[in-house]
Design a protein around this ligand. Structure first.
Ligand SMILES: Cc1cc2nc3c(=O)[nH]c(=O)nc-3n(C[C@H](O)[C@H](O)[C@H](O)COP(=O)(O)OP(=O)(O)OC[C@H]3O[C@@H](n4cnc5c(N)ncnc54)[C@H](O)[C@@H]3O)c2cc1C
Length: 395
């Protein structure tokens, strides 16, 4: 079976489709035909992938990302207990960008006219979209990432006990996946804060805590674990509270920093707030910039940092870029207004805890919303891909 991107315009595009520039050094790329319509998107995560997809048939788009694929981040914990799940959730950028460039190298500098990558290639832009979200050290190729999930699965499978460090969404969702798929294993979650899931309310945190307890996951709060405290052959770790945790393997699920440190050396350095977020206006343009937009977790918008929100940003920003490219009046651009925050934390394959604006609920009913497919079909569909088909080979 093959994964076929659906081309809404039927335009098979220019000759530079899927053009890979990673081999070229210290070179400027210029597209004469694209003058006035050159859009560079930095970051191929939830926001940047959708923005590139939405712009590809209206502009000369270049997506810059350190890796060749886009990953549905919130499906990663399922892939650790079911590696084949990742076949649908790790998507090569070229599968949904048929009419644009994909550059697999991180951006390292931005001037008022250009973006420079670590490979030394310079890309001129008329419009720039920054969507660098969070930093993570990830394999460059899709195949390497799939192999990583296989290795993590083998590690879990061959262990009798697993230690999870960090009680945010990644730690809680991983503990739940292991508790459901491998109920015979002893799972311990150590979190240095007073409660789990500090990004949501106390009620949601309590429900997640109770659910994990009901699955016999040991949750240790307000303590740090010293991962250097176990010597070879002795897999017993010390916590800051003097407890010991025996575990055959461990996973670090601590939060990832924003990928904005590099922006401090660019022409956008003065557009960062104290937390390293890019300050944007109601059109999602970086403050005081006419042609630079920022979307997703990197923005300073006071709202929950969620993927479905990052996708809304991508829709608004790309609409505005198309409007400006077609000579539209600046004042008629679409505005973005934060909506109500919703968070759903999956608890294994059937259950979840969901926080809505006026109530919080857990169990199999909210589990129906997220936990079975983890929004994978929906996320693929938004990028023009078949929600179900699995690609079996890649060229
Ligand atoms: C366990 C977990 C569960 C979650 N569940 C949900 C959920 O159910 N629903 C939901 O809506 N949200 C969920 N989220 C939140 C969601 O994952 C994020 O809000 C979303 O990923 C933000 O998207 P983004 O595009 O802004 O950033 P990211 O997805 O972090 O993407 C950033 C991209 O930028 C790239 N990049 C970084 N630096 C550079 C550079 N210098 N040059 C070029 N590229 C660069 C990275 O490689 C990456 O591809 C969850 C998060 C976690 C951790």
């Amino acid at each position: 079976m093959t994964e076929t991107p659906q081309d809404p315009s039927g335009d098979r595009g220019r000759g530079d489709v899927g053009y890979d520039v990673t081999q070229r050094k210290m070179e400027r790329t210029e597209s004469e035909s694209g003058k006035g319509r050159r859009v560079v998107v930095i970051g191929g995560g939830i926001a940047g992938s959708l923005a590139s997809k939405l712009l590809q048939f209206d502009s000369d788009v270049t997506l810059i990302d350190p890796k060749e694929y886009f990953e549905i981040t919130w499906a990663s914990l399922r892939s650790m207990v079911e590696p084949s799940f990742a076949e649908r959730t790790i998507i090569n950028h070229k599968k949904y960008i048929q009419n644009g460039r994909v550059v697999t190298s991180p951006a390292v500098n931005i001037t008022n006219t250009d973006v420079v990558t670590a490979d030394g290639v310079v890309f001129g832009y008329d419009y720039l979209v920054i969507a660098t979200g969070h930093n993570d050290v990830l394999p460059k190729t899709r195949q390497e990432k799939l192999s990583q999930y296989q290795a993590e699965y083998e590690k879990i499978k061959s262990s009798e006990s697993v230690l999870i460090v960090g009680g945010g969404p990644s730690g809680v969702e991983l503990a739940a996946e292991i508790a459901v798929d491998f109920p015979e294993k002893k799972v311990t979650l150590v979190h240095n804060g007073p409660r789990l899931l500090e990004f949501v309310g106390q009620k949601a945190a309590d429900k997640a805590f109770d659910w994990l307890k009901s699955k016999e996951v040991e949750v240790i709060l307000n303590q740090r674990v010293d991962l250097n405290s176990a010597s070879d052959g002795n897999k017993t770790y010390q916590t800051s509270g003097g407890e010991t945790v025996h575990a055959d393997c461990y996973f670090l699920c601590t939060g990832k920093p924003l990928s904005s440190e590099w922006l401090k050396g660019t022409s956008l350095k003065d557009n960062l707030d104290g937390k390293g977020r890019l300050m944007v206006d109601e059109y999602l343009r970086v403050k005081d910039r006419k042609n630079v937009f920022a979307i997703g977790d990197i923005t300073d918008i006071p709202e929950m940092k969620q993927g479905y929100i990052a996708e809304k940003h991508a829709s608004v920003a790309t609409k505005n870029i198309k409007h400006l490219m077609s000579g539209g009046n600046e004042k008629k651009m679409s505005t973005y207004k934060p909506g109500s925050d919703i968070a759903i934390i999956s608890l294994g394959r059937k259950d979840s805890v969901a926080q809505f604006p006026f109530f919080t609920v857990s169990g199999c009913v909210p589990g129906l919303i997220k936990s079975r497919d983890l929004f994978v079909g929906k996320t693929r569909k938004a990028r023009g891909l078949d929600p179900n088909l699995v690609r079996t080979s890649f060229s």
